[in-house]
Design a protein around this ligand. Structure first.
Ligand SMILES: CC(=O)[C@@H](O)[C@H](O)COP(=O)(O)O
Ligand SMILES: NCC(=O)COP(=O)(O)O
Length: 238
C-alpha cells in the first residue's frame, strides 16, 4: 500500500500572505487526516516563508498520522527535528535561496556527513529518509549512509509525463528495484499530481509513500480538499 502524505507548505504560504491565522494550519491538518490522508509533511525553510519553526512544534501534538519533516540538516533544523520527534525526517540538500527543492543528495560525496546526521536521528527513534535523484549509483550508495528510506525526486518524471513522455518512469522503476535490492524503503515526491500519480504508482514497485503539496492544494481549489484527497487515495490503491 502506498501512503499519501499531504504537504501543507502551501496552506502556510496562504496564511502568511495576510499575517493572521487564516487559513489555520492546525484545522487543515485535522481535516486532511479526517479525509483519509495517512501523513502530514512540512518543509520548514530557513527564511520561514511558509512553514515556521514554531508551526512544526505546534503541529506535533495535532498530527495523529505520520508526521514527516523535510529539510536541509543545518544545525537549527536538526535541533527542531530532535525537539519535535516526528515519525520521519526527510533530508533534502536544498540551498537557502532555492525557490523549491531542486536536487537530491550526492550520496558518495556526502556519505560521512549523512551517516553522522542520520545516526543522531536514529538514536532518537526517528525514521530517516534521504532525497535522491533518480540515479542508480546514488540509490545504491544511499544504503551506506544508514538511511531507512530514500525519497526519489520526481520533478523530472512529472515534467516529461506532462509532455507525453511516459518512458520517463523507466529510470524510477530501475531505482525502485535497486532500493529493494539494497533493503531501502521507498518514498517519492515533487510535482506529483492527479494526472501523473497513477502511472507512477503502477510502474514503481515497493512505493511506500508519496508526499504531495503544490499540485494537491491547487487541485483542491477546483475540486475541494476532501474530494481531491479521496481521488489521490483511489489512484494509489492496489
Ligand atoms: C522535498 C521536496 O520535494 C519538495 O517538494 C518540498 O517539500 C516542497 O517545498 P516547497 O513547498 O518549499 O516548494
Ligand atoms: N517531498 C515532496 C513534497 O513534500 C511535496 O512536493 P510538491 O508536491 O509540493 O512538489
Amino acid at each position: 500500500m502506498t501512503h499519501l502524505s499531504v504537504n501543507i507548505n502551501k496552506i502556510a504560504t496562504l496564511r502568511n500572505a495576510r499575517g493572521g491565522n487564516v487559513p489555520d494550519l492546525v484545522q487543515f491538518t485535522k481535516d486532511i487526516e479526517s479525509f483519509g490522508a495517512q501523513g502530514i509533511t512540512v518543509h520548514p525553510r530557513p527564511d520561514e516563508r511558509h512553514i515556521r519553526y514554531q508551526d512544526v512544534l505546534d503541529l506535533k501534538p495535532v498530527v495523529k498520522t505520520e508526521f514527516n519533516i523535510e529539510g536541509n540538516p543545518i544545525a537549527k533544523f536538526i535541533d527542531l527535528v530532535l525537539r519535535a520527534k516526528p515519525a520521519q525526517v526527510t533530508l533534502v540538500p536544498d540551498a537557502v535561496d532555492a525557490i523549491t527543492s531542486n536536487s537530491g543528495w550526492d550520496t558518495v560525496k556526502h556519505k560521512d556527513f549523512l551517516k553522522e546526521v542520520i545516526s543522531e536521528f536514529k538514536r532518537n527513534d526517528i525514521r530517516t529518509s534521504i532525497f535522491v535523484d533518480p540515479n542508480l549509483s546514488m540509490v545504491e550508495h544511499a544504503a551506506n549512509t544508514g538511511a531507512d528510506r530514500i525519497e526519489l525526486y520526481t520533478e523530472a518524471y512529472a515534467e516529461e509525463f506532462s509532455k507525453g513522455n511516459k518512458d520517463a518512469v523507466k529510470i524510477y522503476t530501475d531505482c525502485a528495484k535497486k532500493a529493494i535490492e539494497m533493503d531501502l524503503g521507498l518514498n517519492a515526491g515533487h510535482d506529483l499530481s492527479l494526472q501523473n500519480i497513477q502511472y507512477f504508482k503502477q510502474h514503481v514497485p515497493g512505493l511506500l509513500e508519496v508526499s504531495i503539496g503544490h499540485a494537491l492544494i491547487t487541485e483542491s481549489l477546483y475540486f475541494g480538499l476532501e474530494t481531491t484527497i479521496k481521488r489521490y487515495l483511489n489512484l494509489l490503491k492496489g
